[in-house]
Design a binder for this molecule. Structure first.
Ligand code: NAD
Ligand code: USQ
Length: 381
């Protein structure tokens, strides 16, 4: 298949592109390199030394498969976007290209507005361009578990739609799960859902929205093929996600920064499974589905305190409970359905000592890049 990967230079997009190309797909990465620029703006860095996109793609072409790239901002360069889709004629477009850090979206007025402008306009531009070029292009979008909130108020979290009975008519209906975002970033993913609903209803677009949990891990079978293919590894207080942060902290003798008492439960998935799940979704479009197809892309749910204790037992590190900079439930139960991807063959990797060792090894090897001053940098909201 011909696949356009928007955001293919990022943490999830890069290993996914490699995985698709290694499995015979022709991939075109579209990225505006904004994530690399935000590193400069925040004075933060990937723990691993990532190669330039030009170098990554050159090495990948020789070792992995058919990959090319184009530097393009999908939010502000609509004409170039539509021209690129016309020229490349993809069977599928994968949309990873959004500002994805909740803390970044809550720093100030500028980052709130940037996150909304970038994410909503970019995603809408893709939908609009598909209408003009070819409505059969399958759009696969990376959503988030955060669209649901993280409670069991409506029982276990279903895949996108909630079956309810309307009291006044006694009728059973299925509605989009009530959105409950916890940050401006998560709010943009809720708004994306409405864009998809309308484009599917009005123009019959084919859309799969993958509500992914927190991704952990760094390397995949493909990124390990050459040091130039290494994936980025964020550990700072704005872009680092919790388990990777804890592993980097453990490797550097920094106490694990549990926000509050650690009773928050979240869903997790390993980076290798991100790549596998996206490949399953792309290779299995559902032509007959009259509505947006929504899958929960998660392997397991764990509490933050539980994660910290697993690492404490393994590495003998200390745990430091710090005041929670976020407005979120101090504790919650979480149960998530994920039959959609499993029915396509997803067999999730779950947290294991072996895998933690893998990431810990990289965090140890990249120790010199760890800047302790960048750990507690989250804004408060
Ligand atoms: P990332 O920031 O590492 O990668 C995003 C990429 O998109 C970057 O390379 C960036 O330069 C590019 N980009 C952003 N705006 C763009 C624009 N307007 N035009 C072109 N390129 C643009 O993020 P990630 O961790 O790889 O996440 C990818 C997607 O997966 C995001 O949409 C995110 O919401 C979703 N997701 C991530 C996680 C996670 O734990 N990392 C979990 C759930 C969902
Ligand atoms: N947390 C800590 N200590 C830390 C960092 C975080 O206790 O040092 C806690 C937070 O308070 C939160 C949880 O860990 O309760 C998760 O935080 P996170 O930064 O790992 O994840 P989050 O902000 O939710 O965002 C990440 C990705 C985002 C994706 C989301 C999936 O950055 O792109 O959408 O995970 S989910 O959380 O399932 O909505």
């Amino acid at each position: 298949m011909k696949i356009m990967v928007v955001g293919g230079d990022g943490f999830c997009g890069w290993p996914t592109t490699l995985h698709l190309a290694r499995n015979g797909h022709e991939c075109l990465i579209v990225d505006n390199l904004s994530r690399r620029r935000i590193d400069e703006e925040l004075g933060s860095n990937s723990l691993t030394s990532i190669a330039t996109l030009t170098d990554r793609v050159r090495v990948a072409k020789g070792l992995v498969g058919n990959i090319s790239f184009k530097i393009l901002d999908i939010a502000s360069e609509y004409d170039r976007l539509i021209e690129t889709i016309r020229d490349f004629r993809p069977d599928a477009i994968i949309q990873f290209g959004e500002q994805r850090a909740a803390p970044y979206s809550m720093i100030d007025d500028r980052t709130r507005r940037y996150t909304v402008d970038n994410n909503i306009t970019g995603t809408h531009n893709i939908c609009s361009a598909i209408v003009e070029v070819d409505r059969n292009i399958h759009l696969v979008h990376l959503g988030t578990m955060g669209v649901y909130g993280y409670s069991k108020d409506f029982g276990a979290i279903p895949e996108g739609y909630l079956d309810i009975e309307i009291k006044s008519t006694g009728k059973d209906v299925s509605v989009l799960y009530p959105s409950n975002p916890g940050s401006v970033y998560h709010m943009t993913k809720c708004l994306d859902q409405l864009i998809f609903q309308f484009y599917v209803k009005n123009w019959g677009l084919r859309v799969t929205d993958l509500h992914q949990g927190i991704v952990w891990g760094v390397e995949t079978d493909e990124t390990k093929l050459d040091p130039m293919l290494v994936n980025r590894f964020d550990y700072d207080g704005v872009y680092g996600t919790v388990l990777n942060r804890f592993i980097a902290q453990a490797a550097n003798g920094y106490p694990l920064t549990v926000y509050g008492a650690g009773g928050q439960s979240r869903a997790f998935i390993h980076i290798s499974d991100t790549a596998r799940c996206v490949k399953l979704a792309v290779e299995n479009p559902d032509l007959s589905n009259p509505r947006v197809r929504i899958f929960n892309q998660v392997a397991e749910a764990r509490s933050i305190g539980e994660l910290a204790n697993i690492l404490k037992e393994k590495c003998g590190c200390e745990i430091q409970n710090v005041p929670n900079p976020r407005k979120e439930l101090p504790e919650n139960e979480l149960e998530v359905h994920s039959m959609g991807l499993r029915s396509l063959g997803f067999d999730p990797i779950t947290l294991s000592n072996h895998l933690i060792d893998d990431v810990h090894f990289i965090a140890e090897a990249a120790k010199s890049g760890f800047n302790a001053e960048k750990v507690l940098t989250s804004p408060k909201w």
